[in-house]
Design a binder for this molecule. Structure first.
Ligand SMILES: NC(=O)c1ccc[n+]([C@@H]2O[C@H](COP(=O)([O-])OP(=O)(O)OC[C@H]3O[C@@H](n4cnc5c(N)ncnc54)[C@H](OP(=O)(O)O)[C@@H]3O)[C@@H](O)[C@H]2O)c1
Length: 337
């Protein structure tokens, strides 16, 4: 017997890169997945690259933009345990968030903490996991160490400042305006440098008495590389999560050896599901209680209706956001119950 195709609304990318609301088939459920009604989703820098055709989804994943969402579980196939219809959940996605419905592996779902709106919960997964993965799993940041977080007012940067402060690290950060620098200070950065007004490396050296830092979380790449390497202490670790200024660098291998320093590159989206599940579990073990107690939550710049996505993406493209921009997919996105 033919089953009727169920359709939903989603924001799709047209051939010229324009976004338009369209009726598309609802995603199918693969083994272990549940269907979630999306109430809010959030923007990520990667959405700009995907819209421009430079960042395709991993093979087999949705072509629809949207790397995270919060919503309500709509259906749970037989045999899938630990989740029920009606649960308020949020999740990291490989794509598909700019839509009314998304299929999510049950193991990736996190409960929306009590009192949180869908909008707030949608702003959590991608930035929180990226910050956690790179600061703690890749760079092994420890209490008492100094960490330099570039792009401190970005979605990832704000999450990284919060987590590093909770972990007892001394946070230094860079950002591109006085409002952004002020926001980083409010989040607990000991030093926030407006890199447009002063050389960040000189400011870090002055602040640390010439010592430098133990860990650097970098999204800028080429333009910062020589200064970053210079600031790394003996035993230092630097993780690249993007190359916003350019992707080429050269360095003196002996300098790296003498510092016994580690340089590492990392992406989240391309990782297999099993690794994402491990990251989710490790994040919840480390920071789950902080989420529940309100000591850790995402910085939301603003919430806009899904229909205004163009304007929201332009704000992000022009570096005008502090923290996350959220898209309300359903009318109750900002309600907390
Ligand atoms: N590897 C991964 O797994 C992974 C995961 C998530 C995100 N990312 C990457 O991490 C970065 C942050 O993501 P997001 O979604 O949080 O981005 P976002 O909120 O859009 O923030 C990015 C910020 O970077 C700064 N910036 C842009 N171009 C710059 C340049 N040429 N030099 C210095 N700073 C520049 C801008 O802030 P200022 O005004 O302060 O300059 C901008 O607001 C993005 O590049 C994203 O693609 C990587």
């Amino acid at each position: 017997m033919d089953t009727e195709e169920v359709r939903m609304k989603a924001m799709v990318v047209g051939e010229g890169g324009e976004l338009r609301l369209a009726e598309v088939p609802e995603p199918g459920l693969r083994p272990g997945e549940v269907m979630v009604d999306v109430h809010a989703t959030a923007l990520n820098r990667a959405d700009l690259a995907q819209r421009a055709g430079h960042y395709p989804p991993p093979p087999g994943e949705s072509e629809i933009l949207g790397l995270e969402m919060a919503g309500v579980v709509a259906s749970v196939p037989e045999g899938v345990r630990g989740v029920q219809v009606g649960d308020r959940v949020c999740a990291l996605l490989p794509g598909g968030g700019y839509a009314e419905r998304v299929a999510v592996p049950a193991g990736m779902l996190m409960a929306v903490p009590d009192g949180w709106s869908f909008a707030k919960a949608a702003a959590l997964p991608e930035a929180a996991f990226t910050a956690f993965l790179n600061l703690f799993l890749e760079a092994d940041l420890r209490s008492g160490e100094r960490v330099l977080i570039h792009g401190g007012a970005s979605g990832v940067g704000t999450a990284a400042i919060r987590q590093a402060v909770l972990a007892g690290a001394h946070v230094i950060t860079t950002a591109g305006s006085s409002a952004k620098v002020e926001a980083c200070r409010r989040l607990g950065a000991e030093l926030a440098i407006d890199y447009r007004k002063e050389d960040f490396a000189e400011a870090v050296r002055e602040h640390t008495g010439g010592a430098g830092v133990d860990v650097i979380l970098d999204m800028v790449g080429e333009a910062y590389f020589p200064r970053n390497l210079d600031l790394l202490q003996v035993g230092g670790r630097m993780v690249f999560i993007a190359s916003l200024s350019g992707r080429r660098a050269s360095f003196d291998i002996r300098e790296l050896m003498a510092k016994r320093a580690m340089l590492k590159g990392s992406t989240l989206r391309a990782r297999p599901l099993a690794e994402k599940l491990r990251i989710r579990r490790a994040f919840e073990e480390r920071f789950g209680q902080a989420l529940i107690e309100g000591r850790l939550d995402p910085v939301v710049d603003r919430v806009v209706p899904l229909a205004h996505v163009d304007e929201a993406l332009a704000q992000m493209r022009d570096n005008r956001n502090i923290g996350k921009i959220v898209l309300a997919v359903r009318d109750d996105a900002e309600s907390a119950s």
